[in-house]
Design a protein around this ligand. Structure first.
Ligand SMILES: *Cc1c(COP(=O)(O)O)cnc(C)c1O
Length: 358
């Protein structure tokens, strides 16, 4: 099967095979990794090794803390304002799609003052703001944006320059797809189920200077400062997800690291967009300069053909190609674990489908 799911998404086959092989006897213990104490020596070593691998892959500077949290990226929509605002603080958000809109809504629910530094709703989320058009209030507590909008398939081709204001990025669907410069960000968060591992885990990479200023009413499990002080083990972490994430980091390392991932991801995206642009049946609505490498939405004209497309694709082993329920259409997600041969198979099927139905 070739799995184009947007999330929970495909995992590398060698990772699944290793997890299967170790399922009932992890580390020579005669037990599953799911059955041992998170505070025991063996699991603590696993947790530290996973963090060390992630730090090496992303070249995370030592003055950043890495947290392994729960509640998905959605919990971070609340955790960010709860941790980074003092009473009366102002925040700035870039609205570029469904996920940034949800982050904005959650900040509003918590009574935080939000200014939209950009709003692409009028473009129907088919582009990102021009780099030069962005102006930020130097007094803002932070600027929040979504580098890759998973549903709209829109991606920033640049990192916004916010001066001295900390930049917060929801990288759920783009982290580990290529090298990034962590030092440009105050805080990065990413739900695991796209490019990291199983659902249930959310990574947070936070500059030390942003710790210690949380609102008094922040729940303990969302308090970055307390989590950092307790090695992300204030309570029981999702141990199996942490273990699989560690295996994924090891796999990326063995494949050659993030530069190799970037080259592969670029090639996969180029192949699929090229096929869409060359066809008279398929269409991608996103402005070319901000098309996502990870999530490629496309429509068929006439739209009635989409159900037939999905049915026939599934029969060929090409699955999870339906668009998000909020926007419809089709979507192929091309995360690290999706091999080039999957995209070749998809493009071959699309040409064949067009020949028969176009
Ligand atoms: C998937 C996704 C989310 C939501 O993640 P949950 O883990 O379901 O909370 C948020 N932001 C982006 C960019 C996503 O891709």
């Amino acid at each position: 099967m070739f799995n184009f799911s947007a999330g929970p998404a495909a995992l590398p086959l060698p990772v699944l095979e290793r997890a299967r092989a170790e399922l009932t006897d992890w580390n020579g213990s005669g037990l599953s990794v799911m059955e041992v104490s998170h505070r025991g020596k063996a699991f603590t070593a696993l947790a530290e090794a996973a963090e060390a691998r992630l730090r090496a892959l992303l070249s995370i500077p030592s003055h950043y803390r890495v947290l392994f949290m729960q509640g998905g990226a959605t919990a971070q929509f609340a955790a960010v304002p709860l941790n980074l605002t003092a009473p009366g603080a102002k925040t700035e958000y870039l609205n570029t799609g469904v996920w940034s809109a949800k982050a904005i809504e959650e900040a509003g629910r918590l009574g935080v003052a939000v200014r939209l530094a950009a709003d692409e709703a009028a473009s129907r989320y088919t582009r990102v703001p021009d780099r030069q058009s962005l102006r930020f209030d130097a007094d803002a507590a932070y600027v929040h944006y979504t580098p890759n909008e998973t549903i709209g398939g829109v991606e920033f081709p640049y990192v916004p320059d916010t001066g001295s204001v900390p930049l917060v990025a929801d990288m759920s669907s783009t982290i580990l797809s290529r090298p990034i410069e962590v030092g440009r960000f105050g805080l990065i968060y990413a739900g695991a189920q796209k490019n990291i591992g199983p659902a249930g885990l959310c990574l947070v990479i936070v500059h030390e200077a942003l710790l210690g200023g949380a609102r008094a009413d922040v729940p303990s499990v969302l308090d970055y400062t307390r989590l950092a002080a307790h090695g992300s083990m204030l309570n029981t972490p999702p141990t199996f997800a942490w273990y699989v994430a560690g295996l994924v980091f090891e796999w990326i390392e063995a494949e050659g690291g993030l530069a190799v991932m970037a080259a592969r991801n670029r090639a996969k995206a180029d192949l699929l967009y090229g096929a869409i642009d060359a066809s008279g049946l398929y269409r991608n609505p996103v402005e070319r300069t901000c098309r996502s490498w990870m999530n490629v939405p496309f429509m068929l004209a006439p739209a009635e053909l989409e159900a037939t497309f999905l049915r026939e694709a599934a029969a060929e082993g090409l699955t999870h190609l339906e668009g998000h329920r909020s926007v419809g259409g089709l979507r192929a997600s091309l995360y690290n674990a999706v091999p080039l041969e999957a995209v070749e198979a998809l493009v071959g099927f699309m040409r064949e489908f067009e020949r028969r139905h176009g």
